[in-house]
Ligand binder design. Structure first.
Ligand code: 1CP
Length: 347
């Protein structure tokens, strides 16, 4: 056996393909981020968050950090869901301490004309290049996750122009101008499929779709404006397995279960037993409260073990129910990961 074969850790892909495993794999949303001093050092060198994304060597470096430092079972490419609006014609800024800001927004059919989904092909080369570097550096150690935002979540930022707790602009557009809303969602979907196919060509082993704002819609609007576009993406990407994380969408679990995806991500409010009632074929990912990382060591160990015992063998990927916060301690996350790595299913 060569060394790559010996080092190979395919737990994540095994769970995504329904194979039995002796312990669940673990990776963490926002595992490459501000809680890591090593990330902050690279960000300082780059000058800004966006400059990191645009320099493939640096994006690759921070992608690998959690694999080397924390010991997670997968790498997720360092980028952002907001690169899609920018690639198709709507640039954004990341304002320190505040978050994303779009100097222009798209709120009517006239403004739609400035968007060009096919531009996603050539304008996202930095990410494809970063993926090539990561793939080489990983040398098969762990799988590489690619990602994109779900169309509804991207729609929220492009119309509101910034982050928001309630997103009044996108929500009113759904009710006031369904025709425009569908047209914009179409364009985002088209660009997202091009982008994800590019990531597949650059070597990602699996992709995740982040629908971070699914939970602000009700059942009917999510079925009209959210799910059909995720379905289009899942149907279009057949080369690799797919994880769909629709945060707050407990009300749509039965519909999510009908998607052509292999893993359903769960936030921390969804009870495992409830999820298992609605989802029969896919595996689950999640669903620890992110704030568990603030807990005393013994609580981290107990809660993580309890979580692993809630899901059946081979149908669970350990993760938080949302991302790491900047003030969390890397040592606490290391303990969580170690707890998973030492765990073995009973039978
Ligand atoms: O200051 C900094 O260094 C920037 C902080 C940061 C980081 C580390 C942002 C700004 N984005 C990222 C990276 C990122 N974003 C990744 C990298 C891979 C990893 O997980 O390690 C991923 C997968 C994302 C995805 C992302 N960006 C989502 C979906 C997941 C989620 O958190 O719900 C969303 C909504 C964004 C938008 C975004 N980017 C950054 C911020 C602060 C935000 C949220 C803005 C808001 O409050 O609405």
């Amino acid at each position: 056996m060569n060394q790559t074969a010996l080092l190979k850790n395919e737990l994540l892909l095994q769970v995504a393909s329904g194979k039995e495993v002796e312990r669940p794999p673990v990776w963490i949303m926002r595992q490459a981020g501000r809680y890591l001093p090593e990330y902050m050092a690279v960000r300082k060198k780059a000058g800004s968050f966006r400059a990191m994304i645009k320099q493939p060597e640096l994006a690759a470096e921070v992608t690998l950090q959690p694999v080397d430092i924390i010991g997670v079972d997968a790498a997720i490419i360092f980028s952002d869901i907001l690169v899609i609006p920018e690639a198709i014609g709507l640039p954004y800024q990341m304002i320190p301490g505040k978050g994303p800001f779009f100097p222009s927004t798209v709120r009517n059919s006239q403004e739609l004309k400035g968007l060009h989904p096919v531009a996603a092909e050539s304008n996202l080369n930095d990410t494809y290049e970063a993926l090539n570097i990561v793939k080489k550096e990983l040398n098969g150690r762990v799988p590489l996750i690619g990602f994109a935002g779900a169309p509804w979540t991207i729609f929220c930022y492009m119309t509101e122009g910034s982050g928001s707790k309630t997103f009044p602009v996108p929500k009113s557009l759904l009710y006031q101008d369904a025709v425009f809303s569908h047209s914009l969602l179409e364009k985002i979907t088209e660009a997202t499929i091009i982008y994800l196919k590019g990531q597949v060509a650059a070597g990602v082993d699996i992709i995740q779709i982040f629908d971070s704002w699914a939970g602000i819609l009700d059942v009917d609007t999510y079925h009209e404006f959210g799910l059909p576009y995720i379905k289009r993406i899942c149907d279009a990407i057949q080369e690799v397995p797919k994880i769909v994380f629709a945060k707050g969408a407990f009300f749509a679990l039965s519909s999510l279960a009908e998607l052509d995806c292999q893993v359903i991500g769960l936030d921390w409010q969804t009870e495992a037993a409830f999820a298992m009632e609605h989802v029969k074929k896919q595996a689950f990912q999640g669903n620890l409260d992110p704030c568990i990382v603030y807990a005393p060591d013994e609580v981290i160990v107990t809660r993580t073990k309890a979580l692993m015992n809630k899901f059946p063998k081979g149908r669970h990927i350990v993760n938080l129910g949302h991302g790491m916060y900047p003030d969390m301690k890397p040592d606490k996350l290391k303990l969580l990961v170690k707890t998973v790595k030492e765990f073995r299913y009973n039978s």
